[in-house]
Write a protein that binds this ligand. Structure first.
Ligand code: PGA
Length: 271
C-alpha cells in the first residue's frame, strides 16, 4: 500500500522574520528536497511564511502552515489566518491541532475537527496532530485520549479520502519543550503505538483506508534518533521541532530519516 512520507521542520514562534529568512537561505545552500525519498517541508511562523516560501520552494521544499482559522469566512477574527489566505499563497499542507494549540490556546477536539474540515473543504491537506500527556499516561488514560481525538475528526466525515490528510502522533511527554525526565520512546515503542493507532483508524473506517493514511511521528526527532524512527513501517514521516531551528541540525535530521527509510524492507514507496 502506497503511503505519503513527509518530514516537516516546525519552527513554531522560535525564529523572527530575519532569522527565518537566514535559516531558509542556509537550508537552500545545504540541500535540495529532491535529495530525499520523501516530501520535505518547513512550517515557519505566519509572519515569515511568504518570505520563507520564496526561498525554499525553489529547492523543492513545501511551506507548511502552522495553523488555520476554523472557517473560511473572512471578517471578525483578528489575528487569524484563513483558508483563502493560505490557498492564495500556494499552501498545500496545514498543521492542525498541534498540542501547543490544544493545551495553551484551549483548542478543543471540536475546534480541531472544524479546522480539519475547513482544510478539506478548501482542498488543503491537514496534518492533524494527536497526542497524550504525562498525566494521561500516569492515569492510564492515553488510549482514551487518543481515541477521543481521532473520533472527533473521523466520525461523520463519510466521504473522507485517506490520501487527503495525515495524522501526526505527537506524545506531549516526548516533545522537547515539554519533556521532563521521561525517556524518549524507542523506535519499537513508537511502532507499536502507531500500529495500534492504525487499527483504531481501521475500526472507524476500514482496513484499506487505515493502511493508506499516513501517520507521522513527532517528539524530539533529531539527527540521532531519526533513523530509528523512520525505520519503522508504521512511521510515515516526522514533525521536527527543536532540531529544525538550526539549518544544519534540520538537514542532519532529514539525512537520518532518509537513512532509516532506505533501510526499510518495503521501500520504495511513493512520496
Ligand atoms: P520537538 O517538537 O521536535 O521539539 O519535540 C515537535 C513538535 O512540537 O511538533
Amino acid at each position: 500500500m502506497q503511503r505519503k512520507i513527509l518530514c516537516v521542520g516546525v519552527w513554531k514562534d522560535q525564529l523572527t522574520f530575519n532569522q527565518s529568512v537566514a535559516a531558509a537561505r542556509h537550508i537552500a545552500e545545504l540541500t535540495n528536497a529532491s535529495a530525499y525519498p520523501f516530501e520535505c517541508g518547513i512550517a515557519p511562523s505566519p509572519f515569515a511564511y511568504v518570505a520563507t516560501r520564496d526561498i525554499i520552494s525553489q529547492h523543492g521544499f513545501e511551506t507548511v502552515a502552522q495553523n488555520i482559522m476554523w472557517h473560511e469566512d473572512s471578517g471578525s477574527y483578528i489575528g487569524e489566518t484563513t483558508a483563502p489566505m493560505l490557498k492564495e499563497q500556494g499552501c498545500k499542507y496545514v498543521i492542525v491541532g498541534h498540542s501547543e494549540r490544544r493545551l495553551m490556546f484551549a483548542e478543543t477536539d471540536e475546534i480541531v475537527a472544524r479546522k480539519f474540515k475547513t482544510c478539506l473543504d478548501a482542498d488543503l491537506f491537514p496534518i492533524i496532530c494527536i497526542g497524550d500527556t504525562s498525566e494521561d499516561r500516569a492515569a492510564n488514560l492515553s488510549w482514551d485520549k487518543l481515541e477521543r481525538q481521532i473520533s472527533a475528526f473521523l466520525d461523520g466525515t463519510h466521504k473522507l479520502s485517506p490520501h487527503k490528510f495525515a495524522i501526526a502522533y505527537e506524545p506531549v511527554w516526548a516533545i522537547s519543550t515539554w519533556r521532563n525526565k521521561e525517556p524518549l520512546p524507542s523506535g519499537s515503542t513508537v511502532e507499536a503505538i502507531q500500529a495500534q493507532l492504525r487499527s483504531l483508524v481501521a475500526q472507524k473506517t476500514n482496513a484499506d483506508f487505515a493502511q493508506t493514511v499516513s501517520i507521522l511521528y513527532g517528539g524530539s526527532v533529531n539527527s540521532e534518533n531519526g533513523r530509528e524512527y523512520l525505520l519503522q513501517p508504521n512511521v510515515d514521516g516526522a514533525l521536527i521541532g527543536g532540531a529544525s531551528k538550526s539549518p544544519t541540525s534540520y538537514v542532519a535530521t532529514l539525512d537520518a530519516c532518509k537513512e532509516g527509510l532506505l533501510c526499510r524492507s518495503e521501500f520504495p514507496r511513493s512520496s
